[in-house]
Design a protein around this ligand. Structure first.
Ligand code: OFO
Length: 171
């Protein structure tokens, strides 16, 4: 049985992961409208990944005798000025999520909750991958600049992304 304060903190992280999913789905909608189907696909898979991140914690709380209490989500931002600003927002959001995961891990260490520490190690690795992946996308987009044919090829490449599992997933 886990401590109430830990169950509460995990529930807040479940909300943050679902909020991430919602944000990325809104970005996917923006890309679809901007005739960037590959980027829309990439962000839609990101929505699915974030949903899996949330449900992985959802299942963990229940496996420890706690309960998930789902909270309301905020309306996500839905307008962007450019494709690079979309991915810069992804990066900014992932940095925020990393800080949350690190704080949760610190709490698990202070409260001596070893199973929580172990599951959070997966999230810590995931955050490293997610930040690196989005940084690479931003760098490439900056190189491409406003060149239409290059953006077309970039978009086609993002269309090839496939969904990873929650045990080995890459953001
Ligand atoms: Fe759940 O990793 Fe992104 O937010």
């Amino acid at each position: 049985m886990m401590k109430d304060k830990l169950a509460l903190a995990i529930n807040e992280q479940i909300q943050a992961e679902f909020q991430s999913a919602y944000l990325y789905l809104a970005m996917s909608a923006w890309c679809a409208q901007a005739n960037l189907p590959g980027c829309a696909h990439w962000l839609r898979l990101q929505w699915q990944e974030e949903t899996m991140h949330a449900t992985k914690l959802f299942d963990f709380v229940h496996s420890r005798g706690g309960a998930a209490h789902l909270k309301a989500l905020d309306e996500p931002k839905s307008t962007y000025t450019s494709l690079v600003s979309v991915f810069e927002s992804v990066r900014e959001h992932e940095i925020y999520i990393t800080s949350r995961i690190n704080a949760l891990y610190e709490l698990a260490v202070n409260e001596k909750d070893y199973p929580l520490q172990i599951i959070l190690q997966w999230y810590i690795n995931e955050q490293v991958e997610e930040e690196a992946t989005v940084m690479e996308i931003i760098e490439r987009l900056k190189m491409v600049g406003g060149d239409g044919p290059s953006i077309y090829l970039f978009d086609r490449e993002l269309a090839t992304r496939t969904l990873q599992s929650t045990t080995s997933g890459q953001g």
